[in-house]
Design a binder for this molecule. Structure first.
Ligand SMILES: *[C@@H]1O[C@H](CO)[C@@H](O)[C@H](O)[C@H]1NC(C)=O
Ligand SMILES: *[C@@H]1O[C@H](CO)[C@@H](O)[C@H](O)[C@H]1NC(C)=O
Ligand SMILES: *[C@@H]1O[C@H](CO)[C@@H](O)[C@H](O)[C@H]1NC(C)=O
Ligand SMILES: *[C@@H]1O[C@H](CO)[C@@H](O)[C@H](O)[C@H]1NC(C)=O
Ligand SMILES: *[C@@H]1O[C@H](CO)[C@@H](O)[C@H](O)[C@H]1NC(C)=O
Ligand SMILES: *[C@@H]1O[C@H](CO)[C@@H](O)[C@H](O)[C@H]1NC(C)=O
Ligand SMILES: *[C@@H]1O[C@H](CO)[C@@H](O)[C@H](O)[C@H]1NC(C)=O
Ligand SMILES: *[C@@H]1O[C@H](CO)[C@@H](O)[C@H](O)[C@H]1NC(C)=O
Length: 907
């Protein structure tokens, strides 16, 4: 590395040359191959117009050869698509200018998956990894004039089977076929393809093929910038050291000469560094220039996760000027300044597991993201990405995990996460299976790690990478009966996730980033046990995934006390209007009917939902509204369950129990989004509608909460949690006791406790012996007082003007099962709807008794309510509706419905 002062005369000459010729000289050329292609199939003889970037299902739908694949059983009736081979061709013209460059490459940003590429009838490459970018030298196969580029896709189902058959000569690599309930295809683990594209327990099988990302020709003489990989290093109290690694495209000289300008706009100045570049291809087959730039800390603001500060981003611009011909190539991206630490300090038992960002411990609140769409090309959609990430931010999430059965998401996804302060836990794309370790497979994985890490690593939002989803558990807990050959499979596990993925990751990131071998894992304990811990689900180390569909979902005693819970959840059914985008047959809405069963991919899922509902609530008693009632109850059940579970994890942030468990620092529920309308764990359904859980998430992830937990001795432990970095002084914690049946809405009891909420922690503020206490408040006799009354909590603060403002969401605690409690049967009405403008409506909800889980539904009018699924402990409440489309108060009135737990239609 040299700096500007050492600049040679030659480079200055190049600069002079550039200044004079910029306008006339083409510096390099990019010829897009996107747009119209022709797709073909030989068995039936289909031939139709296709679009690149795209995919076979989208193209077949656009050509009206298949119907909307997300409708009714169409995933099944279009399954033949995945068994066929498909050919995509494009005829295009090339002029002499493009071919005059020394280097001419054909670049595929993403090919799904097994394909042969033929240019002018000459085979030029095979592809086998959807996550790679393929760059093919076509200087000798292109010609001036008309060219024919053809991509022949082989059925991924067929190839998966072939590879598995070949593999069987050595030994089995389960999981060969998914559970029957998934209605999926076999052998996805043989392919470097989105693992969920052959089905999952929340999604259909679409064994896609296609060019899912842009295709183009690029030509240059010296080189192009392939990647700019940046990393911020916390150098000292006053300085960030910004490492900028510029990776250059290969050329015939296998060396690059020129000038590199690296510029960054800080808050106070433009820092520009100029380097003379003279780099040769290195032993890793990379041409890379590495620079370190000191940025005074007082010139930039830190990047913070949502809820902790601003998401300051700074434009980094890298320009390369080739010495040979003065051509220029640039790349720019936004970077953020932040430090990340995964803290695994020893405790008396086990070790902590939490993130520090900029030195501050952060309780990770959020969810798990499954692919934006099961059709990879549709998963690039920017509006959907922004909508989902904004929805995460709006409910106080600060972290999302990009789950290992999907795809490395688009650049846009990570850019939006940077902008919104959503930390990303990034899995590598391996999930719930064992995988091959043949050399060609490992080479492909190494290239995949190399490309994707270089592509996404500069994003400040990404804070951790994990080798896979649940595969440590697959081995340790013997999911697929591999115990008999454990040593062999364990060796393969280490070969893949440590010797291959971790090795390449550490090399590219210079050992500076955080990699855990699996999600979940025991963190450093897994490592010390040779990367497969005896108990990967231990609550004393690392993170856990926790699911239980048998225990009472509304009792915090049902939940473990882990250091970090990175998956937990329950299923629910989408609301009717969402279902009606997937069917036009009202019989399909029957819970016990064929269609609901067809869309339920989780074995016994509907039965589990019923068991969980019945534990706490009554099933609809009115058979004519049974299905709508069941849908509503499934959402009440899971929303409240996940609220109880999330608040349970949050209250343990400052406490250890007698078993040494606790100091919990993360709650990421499963799952944020959906890939079709179906019973799943999602909080936002496929139509974008917030399910009840997403509204609950806004409360349970609120920076300040008050939450009650009943222990085995029927003591109610009342906690406050404050995630903010400052104490909240002079607040009043209000505890009220209400009778379930309270036509006058008067609490039986109210207590106000003035206190200060500690910074960044949870506090046990009161322990109440529930049954005696409720007897004392005239709720009834010892045997039934807990059936007649419930607890209500809120934290308020006196404002300057003397009014009370809530600093926490409302919360409540039901001391006994609601199905046994003496709930009133109120009438809940919408009594007025007033338009503030075409997108904002003020809705008044009125009741004549306390109402539970009050749910407003705007049916066909897309939008979001200020709150929903709420408890109504007063006669009226004002709710805001923010419509996503222009509407009017009378249009809204025509469709808006309200329901609640004791809705006479089913209660
Ligand atoms: C395909 O595209 C071409 C060119 O735009 C058009 O002329 C042709 O009608 C299209 N074919 C079909 C089947 O839509
Ligand atoms: C698909 O292509 C492969 C490789 O050429 C061939 O073996 C197979 O028979 C083809 N399958 C179909 C359904 O055409
Ligand atoms: C383009 O090449 C492919 C494969 O060689 C061939 O099948 C196809 O007919 C060609 N298209 C045209 C228009 O020549
Ligand atoms: C660059 O060239 C070397 C040597 O020919 C090759 O091994 C390597 O794969 C090439 N890298 C890329 C990104 O094409
Ligand atoms: C009521 O509030 C007071 C402080 O205002 C507190 O000392 C007491 O423990 C509270 N009692 C109960 C049962 O909530
Ligand atoms: C609690 O705080 C409120 C509001 O600041 C104040 O009006 C009230 O007197 C305080 N109560 C006690 C017992 O200090
Ligand atoms: C709700 O509406 C019904 C029908 O209009 C009316 O009879 C009832 O009094 C209303 N109840 C409340 C609480 O507003
Ligand atoms: C909504 O109405 C506004 C103002 O009338 C108009 O500019 C806008 O295009 C409309 N939006 C939609 C989605 O129709």
């Amino acid at each position: 590395m040299e700096i500007f002062s050492a600049l040679s005369i030659k480079v200055l000459a190049v600069l002079a040359l550039l200044a004079g010729t910029c306008s006339s000289k083409e510096s390099f050329m990019i010829l897009s191959m996107d747009g119209e292609w022709i797709a073909k199939e030989t068995i039936v003889g289909y031939e139709f117009n296709a679009t690149v970037p795209g995919g076979i299902y989208t193209d077949l739908m656009n050509a009206n050869i298949i119907e909307n694949v997300f409708f009714r059983y169409n995933d099944n009736s279009s399954r033949w698509v995945g068994y066929n081979n498909w050919t995509y061709s494009k005829i295009f013209t090339v002029d002499a200018d493009l071919l005059n460059y020394i280097q001419v490459n054909l670049v595929f940003e993403g090919i799904d998956t097994i394909a042969q590429i033929i240019l002018n009838d000459v085979f030029i490459a095979n592809t086998s990894n959807m996550f790679l970018r393929y760059i093919i030298d076509v200087k000798d196969s292109l010609k001036v004039g008309t060219n024919n580029l053809t991509v022949f896709f082989e059925s991924p189902v067929e190839v998966g089977k072939k590879l598995n058959d070949g593999q069987l000569k050595d030994y089995k690599i389960p999981l060969e076929c998914p559970n029957e309930a998934y209605r999926g295809e076999c052998h996805i683990n043989m392919l470097r393809k989105m693992q969920a594209s052959f089905s999952w327990d929340w999604g259909p099988a679409f064994p896609s093929v296609g060019l899912w990302k842009p295709v183009y020709l690029e030509s240059y003489n010296e080189s192009l910038i392939r990647y700019v990989v940046t990393d911020v290093i916390d150098k000292d109290d006053d300085t960030w050291s910004l490492n900028v690694d510029t990776y250059f495209a290969n050329n015939t000289k296998q060396a690059v000469k020129g000038q590199l300008n690296v510029a960054i706009d800080t808050d106070t100045s433009k820092v520009t560094e100029i380097y003379v570049v003279d780099v040769k291809i290195d032993s890793n087959n990379e041409i890379v220039h590495s620079a370190f730039i000191d940025i005074p800390k007082n010139q930039v603001k830190q990047w913070w996760p949502n809820g902790y500060g601003s998401q300051s981003l700074y434009q980094l611009q890298v320009d390369f000027l080739a010495e040979a011909d003065g051509t220029a190539h640039s790349k720019s991206q936004k970077i953020g300044f932040r430090s990340v630490e995964l803290v695994q300090d020893d405790l008396e038992k086990g070790a902590t597991f939490y993130f520090k960002i900029n030195g501050v411990p952060i309780f990770a609140k959020g969810s798990n993201e499954i692919p934006i769409n099961v059709l990879p090309e549709v998963g690039q959609d920017k509006d959907t990405i922004r909508y989902l990430l904004q929805s995460a931010k709006d409910v106080h999430m600060n972290m999302l995990r990009v789950w290992g059965g999907g795809v490395y998401e688009s650049d846009n996804f990570y850019e939006v996460a940077d902008e919104l302060g959503i930390m990303i836990w990034q899995d590598f794309m391996f999930a719930c299976s064992l995988y091959p370790v043949k050399q060609d497979y490992l080479n492909s994985v190494t290239a995949e790690v190399n490309h994707n890490v270089k592509r996404i690593y500069s994003h400040p939002s990404i804070v951790i990478y994990a080798g896979n989803n649940e595969n440590e558990g697959v081995l340790a807990d013997n999911w697929y009966d591999t115990k008999g050959n454990y040593d062999l499979y364990k060796k393969d596990y280490v070969t893949l996730y440590i010797d291959t993925i971790k090795a390449e990751f550490d090399r590219v990131t210079k050992n500076r980033s955080i990699y855990v071998s699996s999600s979940p894992s025991n963190g450093k304990e897994s490592e010390s046990e040779g990367w497969v811990a005896e108990q990967p689900g231990s609550s004393l180390y690392g993170d856990v995934h926790y699911y239980n569909y048998v225990k009472d979902a509304w009792s915090s005693t049902s939940y473990p006390v882990p250091r970090f819970c990175s998956e937990f959840g329950y299923q629910s059914l989408p609301f009717e209007f969402s279902w009606l985008t997937a069917t036009n047959n009202s019989a399909d809405l029957s819970i016990n009917g064929e269609f609901m069963d067809y869309r339920q991919h989780h074995p016994l899922g509907n039965a589990e939902m019923e068991v969980l509902i019945v534990e706490n609530l009554n099933l609809p008693s009115n058979s004519s509204n049974y299905d709508s009632g069941f849908i509503y109850l499934s959402q009440v059940l899971y929303a409240q369950a996940i609220r109880v579970e999330s608040e349970h994890y949050r209250r343990y942030r400052s406490y250890l129990n007698e078993d040494g468990e606790g100091y919990t620092m993360g709650a990421l529920y499963w799952q944020l989004n959906d890939v079709w309308v179906a019973p799943t764990w999602s909080s936002i359904d496929y139509t974008g509608r917030w399910k009840m859980l997403h509204y609950f998430a806004k409360d349970m992830f609120s920076p300040v909460i008050v939450t009650g937990h009943l222990d085995w001795g029927r003591q109610l432990n009342l906690y406050t949690v404050n995630d903010q970095l400052n104490p909240v002084e002079d607040v009043t914690v209000i505890l009220r006791i209400y009778k379930y049946d309270s036509p006058d809405f008067k609490p039986m009891y109210e207590n106000r406790t003035n206190m200060t909420l500690n910074a960044a922690g949870s506090q046990l503020i009161q322990t109440i012996s529930v049954d005696n206490f409720l007897v004392d408040q005239n709720c009834g006799e010892a045997l039934n007082a807990s059936l007649n009354c419930f607890f209500y909590f809120i934290i308020e603060k006196q404002s300057n003007t003397g009014t009370s403002v809530a600093v926490s969401p409302e919360n409540y605690f039901f001391p006994e099962k609601l199905k046994q409690s003496t709930l009133a049967s109120p009438t809940v009405n919408i009594t007025s709807i007033k338009a503030k403008d075409t997108n904002t409506y003020e809705i008044t909800v009125t009741t004549n008794n306390i109402a539970y889980f009050v749910w407003l539904d705007s049916q066909s009018i897309k939008g979001r309510f200020s709150e929903n699924g709420f408890l109504l402990v007063e006669v009226t409440r004002t709710i805001w509706f923010y419509s996503a489309q222009n509407t009017t108060a009378s249009e809204l009135e025509a469709v808006l419905t309200v329901t609640h737990l004791k809705d006479p239609r089913w209660a």
